[in-house]
Structures are given as C-alpha cells and as structure tokens.
Design a protein around this ligand. Sequence first.
Ligand code: TYD
Length: 432
Amino acid sequence: MSQFPFDAVVFDLDGTVFDAEEGITSSVACAMDKMGLPVPEKTDLRMVVGPPLRDSFRELLQVPEERIEEAVQNYLEDFLYKGRFRYRVFPGMRQLLHVLKNCGIHVALASSKPQKTCQLILHDFAMDHLFDVIMGEGMGKDKLGKPELIRRALPEKYRRAVMVGDRKFDVEGAKEAGIESIGVSFGCGSVIELETAGADYVVHDADALQKLLCPDAETPRGWFITMEGPDGSGKTTQANLLEKSLVQYGFDVHRTREPGGCPISEEIRRIILSKDNMEMSPVCEALLYAASRAQHVSEVIRPGVEKGRVVFSDRFVDSSVAYQGGGRQLGVKLVQQINAPAVDGMLPEATVYLDIDHQQAIRRRFSASEPDRLELAGDAFHQRVEAAYQELLAQGDQRFIRVDASRDIDSIAKDVLTKVLARLEPEWKQEA
Ligand code: TYD
C-alpha cells in the first residue's frame, strides 16, 4: 500500500496541467470573428477555458443556437492548426507528474476536451506516458460530463483519490464522483470560485501541490545538456529556440554558457576572448578554459542538476577538445587530461552537435557581427576545429545528437527539439 496521502490523482487539463488561456481564447476569438460576431475583450474571454465549448458559445458568448455547431467547427479548425501550439505547461507540473509516477501513484486525466485532442496535446508535449488513464469527451453532442469522466479515470480499486482542477466544474465533478478535490489558483478560476464550490484544498503553485500529494518524495535528478558546433553554426539562435521550447514544455531550464556562466568564469571569459591578448599561448588558453569550467561545474552545473533542473550549456568540454586539442594542435589527450579535474565526472546526458561545413559556418559568422579573437584565427584553424569535432562524433558516443545545420532555422529547431525530448523523456514514444 502506498505511504502517500492519496493513491489516485485525477488532473484536469486546461488551466491545471497547461496554461491554455492563449491557445483557447485566440481560437475562440478567431471563430467569433469568422462568423461576424462580436469578439469580447481578452479578459472576458478567459471564462471560456474550462467548461465544455458548446456551453461557452451558448451561455457566455451568446451565440444563437443554430450557429453553435458552426462556431465549434471554426474553433476546432483554428485550434488544431494554431491554438494548441500556444499551450504552455505550468511551471513545476512536469516534475510533479514524474514524482507521482515514481511514487507509484495512479495518475489520470479527466477533461471536457475531446479524447483525441487530449491525447494529441499530451503527446505533442511529450507527456502522454506520464498518465495511466487519459479520459476526454466524445466528439458528438452527447457528453459524459465531468463526474462520469472522473469516475472512468479512477482505477478499479483505490484507497483515497483526489481531483486537481482550476474551475468549479472540477470541484463539483469530484464531489459527485465521491472523491476529494484540490483547486489550483494559477488556472482560470478564482480562489473564491473554488472555495465556494467546496474545494477541500486550494493551492497556489505546483510546489504546494506536491507537498499535499506526496510530501517528502525525492526530487528526481535533472539533466545536463550541451550544444556544440563551429563558429557560425547558428548555435546561439538554436540555443535560444531550444530554451524557449523546453520552458514551454514545462522543463525547469537553467541556461548557461562557456566560457562563463557564473561571475568568476565570466571574468576568465573576458581575458580569453579579448583582442588585447593576441599573444596568449595555446596552453595558457586551454588552462583558462579549464579553470573557468571548473568553477562553472561546481557553482552552477552540478547544483542545478541535483535540484532537478535542466542545465543547458552553450558549449562545454567538447569545445576544448575541438578548439584547443584540434585547432591549437595541443592534442586531444592533453586537453582531456587538463580538463579531467574541471569536468569532475559531470558529463552531459545529451550534446547537440550542429553539423555544418566550417567554411559555410564562418561566412555566416562574419556577416553577422564583429568576430572575437578565436573567430579571427584563420581558415586552417577552423578546419582543424571541425575535423576534431568530426573525430569526436565518429567515436560513436551515444550522448551526441548530430543535426544537419545547413538547413533553414525552423527545420533545424524542430529536429533539435524532437531529438532532445527523446533524451529527456526516454519513455515517451515519439510515434503516437
Ligand atoms: P562565443 O562568443 O561564446 O562564441 P560562440 O557563440 O561561437 O560560442 O565565444 C566562445 C569562443 O570560445 C568560440 O570561438 C569557441 C571558443 N571556445 C574554445 O576555444 N574552447 C572552449 O573550451 C570553449 C568553451 C570555447
């Protein structure tokens, strides 16, 4: 028997697991506009998140009865192509779902959205594997209703179950299904709405929710991921896009960079990259990179991963292997020896390598902005850097994710995200 207060937890989708406001309200506004009906103010549109869609069009938006199906169709069209990509996982919810799963608690979903849409959204966000049961409504007009959805989401036998939701419909549904309820105030319903409906508890963030559901549960270890590539490979652009997506997907991301990432290491960065230091010897350069890395690992990377965060670094030790080992011809072995105490066993779980011919890359780089000391090092240098990277990749280390970086920004970003998600959520089946 589970030692936790509840052995079954049923979640609502919109406003509870996901911040769905922008996705839903933009599609509702689009549907109203398309039919030539008045589009309410953004704040008034909030109330459509939660209740069944037809009810919202009928009661909240006063759509005439004979036009309700047309409104629903217009909504669905916009939602499938645009709205659902504006969803965001609420901070802390992904980690909470992982913790519940690790604790062996039954985790289910009961939503007024059509079953297929629930599955699609959870799959898109690489979260479907975190639920034991996904219960959504049918597509037609006959609806099961929240209480029945909750009943069906529960396991055959349970000791104590709870519904987590952001609206009175969730609280009332839980009561009717005979289970307790926790209202979350970060969704679309207010604390007053939840309390008036009779919520057993109201919490304000995922941390408080975790304390109620599984106090003292261990925080799972986070991840360390890195991005590498020659100068001009588009690394900064891709790192920005990946960071943005991971945050949208509910990962607790700490973005950092090398050289740098914390005050001491940023000071060392300034010395390394300064064009006043053109006479710096290759060994001095390698030791400075390693010194900055040692501080970065102990002050930022290791503590972040231990707290369960996704520490995402723009460059790490592979850059030293490629630039100082290959580019400066110090040799891979010496560079690895110098770096061993700095890395201190903290190797990334995944390293995205932006694969691009160094000449194409450096052309891109020089047309973008003023180059630094390393970037001014000449073609032979950059050729050796690329060769050293290719040698590293050829060794077949599974942590490397090779991505063709000669394509357009969006195709690369999509590829990077899907491949990184597969590493961060190994149990998620990419093909639905
Ligand atoms: P930066 O401005 O961060 O460039 P980029 O956007 O390409 O990462 O400068 C980092 C430079 O330092 C870059 O040219 C690669 C180089 N470098 C090394 O030579 N060795 C290393 O260990 C690291 C981390 C970076």
